[in-house]
Design a protein around this ligand. Structure first.
Ligand code: NAD
Length: 356
């Protein structure tokens, strides 16, 4: 019986998590699956209760579970705390302790929401891509130096990868492509960076194990351009940490709606972590207006990537699609002719669509 640790967190976290858990419960009722849900404090609420953003008990529970479903952390109440005590430190702690070396961020454009994008309809209609970003290596974690010289401060951020680190993320890229349209774009800067040349060579080596997947290489500057010029050409993009950070935000904005975007973090261990890409939205917390769909879609990613329940994941995606097609919107996406609903009503509509 898959054990899911639920970490609602702060702000709108508890409101959106409630709806995602409701949807997972319906999936369990409808099929042969059954999940256990255990809830623990993380972020600001954990600071209030225990003095630290990631209490030992919360971490232990996450480690002993099959998957973690997280809402969001942070808020003005904790903004003045010193860096290491801030709610966001819980996220870094979870990534490190669960050895989550990858972040998967799909960007899918729903027909019903096409007007929310800043790009033209013909460019984005049908876009369905996924960025696989390396999360624990590269320039963000490399050696940093800062020395005084005659020309002023001289500063270095080293971009470091081992072949092993590259291979495991590239392999995940291929595995993910196998579950989708079997097309993988490996993004690098191989015309300039030595690390990228090794990256490319590793990608070629791993490709031998996945003959069904079509692999192509693209330079990062070209990829940034292609994402807005012709995003439909992409299925799965795999790339290193900093390129992935930038490209996944760019890809996310193709859809134009932050309340719709899920994410998954997978690692060397068996526990994956699933969360919406948005934050705790303190400006709308407690009002019942938050969009729960990013969290519901994160739960669908959990079914797909942690439990291999592809069909059930697709059922959730289809239910979300149907609810949007019927014109229902939370306030963030509402236009003049929308049927505006609350967070809870949106969850209920997805449940209803799943049942019918
Ligand atoms: P945010 O994503 O919380 O909010 C940005 C804007 O988008 C706000 O206007 C908000 O109301 C809106 N929004 C976000 N999610 C929404 C949803 N589901 N439905 C409707 N509207 C939504 O970003 P922020 O305001 O920069 O950060 C707020 C807090 O969240 C900060 O403390 C920040 O550190 C934290 N944060 C946490 C995470 C995380 O937990 N993974 C990620 C980003 C930011």
């Amino acid at each position: 019986m898959p054990k899911i640790t639920v970490l609602p967190g702060d702000g709108i976290g508890p409101e959106i998590i409630t709806e995602a858990v409701k949807v997972l419960q319906v999936i369990a009722e409808q099929g042969n699956a059954s999940f256990t849900f255990e809830q623990f404090p993380v972020g600001g609420v954990a600071i209030d209760q225990t003095g630290v953003p990631l209490p030992a008990n919360t971490l232990e529970q996450c480690k002993s579970s099959d998957a973690v479903l997280l809402g969001a952390v942070g808020g003005p109440k904790w903004d003045t705390l010193p860096g290491e005590l801030r709610p966001e430190m819980a996220l870094l702690g979870l990534r490190k302790e669960l050895q989550l070396f990858s972040n998967l961020r799909p960007a899918k454009v729903y027909d019903a929401l096409i007007e929310a994008s800043t790009l033209k309809r013909e460019v984005i209609q049908g876009v369905d891509l996924l960025v696989v970003r390396e999360l624990t290596g590269g320039i963000y974690f490399g050696e940093k130096t800062k020395v005084e010289t005659e020309q002023g401060i001289k500063v270095t951020d080293a971009l470091t990868y081992t072949e092993l680190e590259i291979e495991r993320i590239v392999r995940l890229g291929f595995e993910t492509a196998m579950k989708r349209r079997k097309k993988l774009t490996s993004v690098d800067k191989a015309n300039i960076l030595e690390s990228s040349r090794v990256w490319r060579a590793v990608a070629e080596k791993v490709a031998v194990d996945y003959p069904e997947v079509e692999l192509n290489h693209m330079l990062v500057d070209n990829c940034a351009m292609q994402l807005v010029r012709n995003p439909k050409q992409f299925d799965v993009i795999v790339t290193e940490n900093m390129f992935g950070d930038i490209l996944s935000d760019e890809a996310a904005m193709l859809t134009g709606s932050i309340g719709m975007l899920p994410s998954a973090s997978m690692g060397t261990g068996s526990v994956g972590m699933f969360e919406p890409i948005h934050g705790s939205a303190p400006d709308i917390a407690g009002q019942g207006v938050a969009n729960p769909l990013a969290t519901i879609l994160s739960a669908a990613m959990m079914l797909k990537y942690s439990f291999g329940m592809n069909e059930e994941a697709e059922q959730i995606e289809k239910a979300v699609f149907n609810v949007l097609e019927e014109g229902y919107r939370t306030k963030d996406l509402a236009t003049e002719d929308s049927k505006v609903v609350t967070t809870q009503e949106m969850g209920d509509l997805v449940v209803h669509a799943l049942k019918s």
